[in-house]
Design a protein. Structure first.
Length: 389
């Protein structure tokens, strides 16, 4: 087994790091649990610069505006952007919508939607969850009824992250009420400026302002349907797996872990002996290092499977679930070791690591985004171990 990158991949990573050193000063880096408007706009600026170099979609085929490389190069980009804590934007367009359109879209949809994503001109949000529907996604209720050459949408979507920044929503709606629940769902792209769409703000514990998105007689042309009518469930399950190498998410946490190691070697929050002098601290940190390395390899395994043409499925859930729990273990350990100082938020002069410990702890407590831990356990048991539902 060869864990090394090729010389070209190493060269790409070195160029990327040089770019990030110049463009992403510490004061602009994202702080966990605090995504300000300024930080968000900074993330978009960086994406525009990456797009100018044709790096943003380095793994996409050239015919779709990409760099013609593959998932490994896209993974190198994700890992380094995460490690440099570049504020997150564009991820749904780049990670899910673009690949979904490449697989299921018509030529006209490829021409219309892929270029703006690759050029970082547009932002997408994802409309899957609803007020009464989360884990049991196939029970979704948002209706899309055919009326001539349009679909008319009524209902609402819940927990729409990035809704206030997005131009488009990629969503699932029910198009056949008589069919079995998985077989009556279709996938659409909706321009959020379409009359009848409105947003109610929904603040998350991680500092982000998300939304409930309402659809009130929203008319979408037939050309907004992605893939086949009533096959949206199957299309969505395939595209969800595109999202899950998780390298950005891993590296984002890894950076705080590495910074925390340095902090423990140099100081203690109360000005006493450095934390690393205590054997208990050293052992706990060593244990978390095992966790971080394992998480990294699980993520790269998914990227490697994608680069070999395989479709990761339970492997993506293994990496995602392990990561969610490792993030929480690290956050809880740091909280315990730093005591009350750990609870100080960004902005307090005494907050260790710019408040990242408090922020990561707040963020780590939510285990629901992109599927709860129980749902990922179900996937691993059923699809990975062949156990019954
Ligand atoms: C930060 C964040 C961002 C999000 N962003 C988006 C977004 O952009 N777009 C979007 O569409 N959604 C988004 N979501 C919603 C997310 O996908 C849902 O929260 C998730 O699917 C769970 O649904 P629910 O919250 O309705 O919980 P429920 O499905 O009601 O689950 C409640 C509890 O029951 C457990 N449970 C449910 N079913 C089973 C089962 N079969 N076996 C075992 N346990 C089960 C769950 O694990 C959970 O602990 C986001 C959520 C969060 C927290």
């Amino acid at each position: 087994m060869d864990f090394n990158f090729t010389p070209q991949q190493i060269h790409f990573r070195e160029e990327l790091r040089e770019f990030l050193r110049d463009e992403v000063p510490v004061e602009k880096q994202e702080v966990f649990g605090l995504l300000t408007e300024e930080q968000y706009q900074f993330g978009r600026e960086i994406n525009l610069k990456l797009a100018e170099r044709n790096w943003l979609t380095i793994g996409w085929p050239e015919e779709h505006g990409g760099g013609g490389k593959g998932p490994i190069e896209q993974g190198i980009l994700a890992e380094d952007l995460g490690y440099w804590r570049v504020p997150k934007s564009q991820s749904i367009g780049l990670g899910i919508v673009g690949p979904a359109i490449m697989v299921f879209g018509t030529q006209d949809q490829k021409d219309r939607y892929l270029g703006p994503i690759a050029r970082a001109e547009v932002e997408y949000c994802q409309g899957f969850s609803e007020p009464n529907v989360g884990s049991d996604l196939a029970s979704l209720e948002l209706r899309a009824e055919r009326d001539g050459d349009e679909y008319v949408l009524n209902g609402s979507k819940m927990f729409t992250s990035y809704a206030f920044h997005a131009d488009y929503m990629y969503l699932l709606a029910r198009t056949d009420h008589d069919a079995q629940k998985h077989r009556g769902i279709s996938m659409f792209i909706a321009d959020l400026k379409t009359p009848g769409i409105s947003l109610t703000p929904l603040p998350y514990i991680n500092g982000e302002m998300a939304a409930q998105t309402h659809f009130d007689d929203v008319r979408l042309p037939l050309s907004c349907l992605i893939g086949e009518e009533n096959r949206g469930w199957y299309h969505a399950m395939t595209t969800l797996d595109f999202e899950r190498s998780g390298l950005w998410r891993y590296a984002n946490v890894r950076r705080v872990f590495d910074d925390f190691v340095e902090f423990c070697q140099a100081s203690a929050p109360d000005g006493g002996q450095p934390l690393a002098e205590h054997p208990l601290v050293r052992h706990q940190m060593a244990q978390r290092r095992l966790g971080m390395e394992t998480w990294k390899l699980l993520c790269w395994n998914v990227a490697w499977m994608q680069s070999s043409g395989a479709v990761p499925n339970s492997e993506a859930s293994v990496a995602f679930l392990y990561g969610s729990e490792e993030r929480l273990r690290f956050a809880e350990m740091a909280m315990e070791l730093l005591g009350p100082y750990a609870t100080l938020r960004h902005g307090s002069p005494l907050a260790p690591l710019l408040g990242n410990i408090e922020g990561i702890h707040r963020e780590a407590m939510h285990l629901h985004g992109a599927g709860t831990t129980e749902i990922h356990r179900n996937i691993i048991a059923q699809r990975g171990l062949g156990m019954p539902r």
